[in-house]
Design a protein around this ligand. Structure first.
Ligand SMILES: C[S@@+](CC[C@H](N)C(=O)[O-])C[C@H]1O[C@@H](n2cnc3c(N)ncnc32)[C@H](O)[C@@H]1O
Length: 243
């Protein structure tokens, strides 16, 4: 199960970032689509509509800026929050230090220094998938604090089968065989799940509501015909808003 320390070590130290995040082409491969088409369609459908020169944007966990590059010239201000100091330094070297972009190192659960009701839109792709329930809960509390009324967020997270999560306390005690059984039940897979957290779409929806936020939609595909989808990974994108 991906804890905060696992994430820090993995993304700050171990991962090589050969293409600044564009090395993760497996989701596009699974759809039988080119990576560029997959990424462009995602950006056009789920990121661009919430950008604009009058908008204050926040990205949780930008990594090396795979999606940040789309935001930096299309907002009033951009706040990047990451667990990894190395990732933040790479973003700083890519996107500059002129005051329009802020770089914030987090403890993995909070948005330190981000003022109440100061943000119009929050984006996070390929990062909440590695965050467990408690971390997501803490971030959603922060979203409720920093978003302006009518502010929106888009987060891509794990979406395991709801019923299978009840077995987690037992399968965790069984070591490697338990992990295989849990993957089979929660994702229908024998092999590694890409270190997905043990959360479901329903659980994330309930956590959103707990913090006075609203789910606009939950989906696992985009494109005119739903041709880009996350089904192999069992992931979900939750679009939410602050009333
Ligand atoms: C797989 S990379 C994805 C990076 C980027 N979003 C992309 O799609 O290329 C995961 C990122 O999440 C960050 N991360 C993981 N857990 C985090 C947490 N609890 N709080 C903030 N950042 C976190 C890592 O440091 C890393 O930058």
């Amino acid at each position: 199960m991906p804890e905060i320390d696992w994430n820090r070590e993995r993304w700050d130290v171990a991962h090589q970032w050969d293409l600044e995040g564009d090395e993760w082409s497996g989701m596009a491969d699974h759809c039988g689509q080119s990576y560029q088409d997959w990424k462009s369609a995602l950006i056009i459908e789920l990121l661009h509509p919430d950008l604009g020169q009058d908008r204050d944007i926040l990205e949780v966990a930008p990594g090396h800026g795979r999606f940040t590059v789309e935001m930096v010239d299309n907002c009033r201000s951009l706040t990047l929050v990451d667990l990894s100091p190395t990732c933040l330094e790479v973003c700083r070297s890519r996107f500059g230090d002129d005051g329009q972009v802020r770089y914030i190192e987090t403890d993995g659960t909070s948005l330190p220094g981000v003022l109440d009701e100061s943000i119009d839109f929050i984006w996070s792709f390929d990062s909440f998938v590695h965050m467990e329930r408690g971390v997501i809960d803490a971030y959603l509390a922060e979203f409720a604090r920093v978003l302006r009324p009518e502010g929106r967020f888009v987060i891509h997270h794990a979406g395991k089968r709801e019923w299978s999560l009840r077995a987690v306390p037992l399968t965790r005690k069984l070591g490697a065989p338990g992990r295989v059984v849990q993957r089979l039940m929660s994702q229908g897979r024998l092999r590694d799940s890409g270190c997905r957290a043990d959360v479901s779409a329903g659980l994330v929806g309930r956590l959103v509501a707990t913090h006075g936020l609203e789910v606009v939609e939950q989906r696992n595909a985009w494109g005119a015909h739903g041709e880009f989808d996350l089904s192999k990974f069992g992931d979900v994108i939750t679009v939410g808003r602050k009333p």
